[in-house]
Structure formats: C-alpha cells, structure tokens
Design a protein. Structure first.
Length: 247
C-alpha cells in the first residue's frame, strides 16, 4: 500500500498515462492541468494531478473538446450527467449530418450507375439538386425518410418510383380528356395518390408539407431526371379532386 505522496516528472506521467509530453505542456499552458514545480523549476505532478488527468482523458474519449473540459472544471455547478447529456445531443446532431452526407453520396452513385454517360456538369447539377431538396427538410425528417427508404430496399424504391410515374401519366391522361374531378375515375386516382403520399411520408404532416413546398417551388423546375412540370400539373388536378371529394 502506497503512503508516500505521488511525485511524477512530466516524462514519467506521460509514460504512465499514455499521453505525450507535448500534450501535458499544452494542458499546462491553457490552464487545464497545472503541475507543481520543483526548486529547480521542473514540472511535478501529484495524486490530484493524476486523477485530474484521468478525468481529462475520459472526457476526451467521450468526444469533449478541451474548451468544454476547461469550462466544466471551472463551473462549480458542473454536473457530469448534464455534460454527458449535452455531448449526446451534439453527437446525435453529428450523426444526422453524417447520415445526410452518406445519403447524398449514395444518391450520387446511383445517378452515375444509372447513366454512365453523365458529364461532370450533369453530376454537379445532380449534386446541387440533391442539396436543394435537403433544404426543404429538417435533419430529423431526412433521417426518417432515409430509414423508410432503407426499409423499402432498392427494388421497393424502384417500384415506388415506377408507381408514381404511372400514376402521374394516368392523371395527365384524364386531364387531357377533361375528366371531371368529382368523377369516380378521378376519385380513384386521388385515392391512389393519397396512398403513395402516405407511403412516402409515413403520415408525418411535416414531411408532407415539405414535399408539397418542394415540388411546387419555382426553384425545382429543372430537377435532373424528373419532369417537375408533369408532376405539378398532376398535383394541381389532384387538389381539385380532393376539393370535389369534400363537397
């Protein structure tokens, strides 16, 4: 059992704790870990210093910045649970941001795989369009959509896209015929439209509102690979179909 107070030089502490001497010097400079000094001016670390260093290492491994650690040590009301909760919130935000980036890259690869002749200009147009789409949704909504798309799978996603294409064509066909929005045929198309929207949004009204704003925004007239004019025309007709249903 050790009874003599611990007295470690900077090199000794660095070796025992698995940190660099340079890191210990930096901690001293920023006031995070102040050592004592020998009569000759050398840094010396006692038991309290070692305990504090272990706390610093633990918080660093949890992703805390040095600034956050300094603030927590100086705050008399510091709560480890509160600090960990804050770190969790930040980590979740970072995960959502990383997931958005991953989704963007996956979508871009799919566009390239679908058309190997895409020019560099077309690729950048696609990237710009995807980022514009992301501006309409919150990170949480994008994550929810990603999870739904992941659950759907590649084949399910292709089928969903085909279902939309077929439905838009059918709706435009009825528009060309002058079909009354209150007619049984128009109401049947409206029900199918609502079902596809429900499948895409999962019944989330916030996502549904963002989708409407996105598709009917002037900023999405030239979305690559999508006939937005056709979708807008069909959507306008479905609005009339829904209004006729209510009356």
């Amino acid at each position: 059992m050790r009874t003599k107070p611990l007295q470690l030089k900077v090199g000794e502490l660095a070796a025992r704790a698995g940190v660099s001497v340079r890191a210990l010097h930096h901690y001293d400079e920023i006031g995070l870990l102040r050592p004592g000094h020998t009569s000759s001016g050398h840094r010396i670390y006692d038991d309290a210093s070692v305990e504090r260093l272990l706390q610093i290492k633990a918080l660093r491994q949890l992703g805390f910045s040095l600034e956050d650690i300094i603030q927590s040590f100086h705050d008399r009301d510091f709560s480890l649970r509160q600090a960990l909760t804050l770190r969790l919130e930040r980590l979740r935000e970072e995960m959502v941001s990383h997931r958005i980036l991953l989704n963007r890259l996956e979508n871009l690869v799919r566009h390239i795989d679908a058309d190997e002749t895409l020019s560099t200009e077309s690729i950048f147009e696609t990237m710009e369009a995807m980022m514009n789409v992301e501006s309409y949704f919150t990170p949480e909504q994008l994550e929810e959509l990603r999870q739904r798309r992941e659950a759907l799978g590649e084949e399910g996603l292709k089928q969903s896209q085909e279902d939309w294409r077929v439905l838009v064509d059918e709706v435009r066909g009825e528009i060309a015929k002058g079909t009354d929005p209150a007619s049984p045929r128009a109401q049947e198309l409206g029900a199918r439209w609502a079902a596809l929207v429900q499948a895409f949004t999962g019944g989330n009204p916030g996502i549904a509102a963002a989708v409407r704003k996105m598709w009917f925004s002037e900023g999405h007239k030239n979305t690559p690979g999508i006939d937005v004019t056709a979708v807008r025309e069909a959507g306008d007709y479905i609005v009339k179909v829904n209004a006729a249903k209510k009356t």
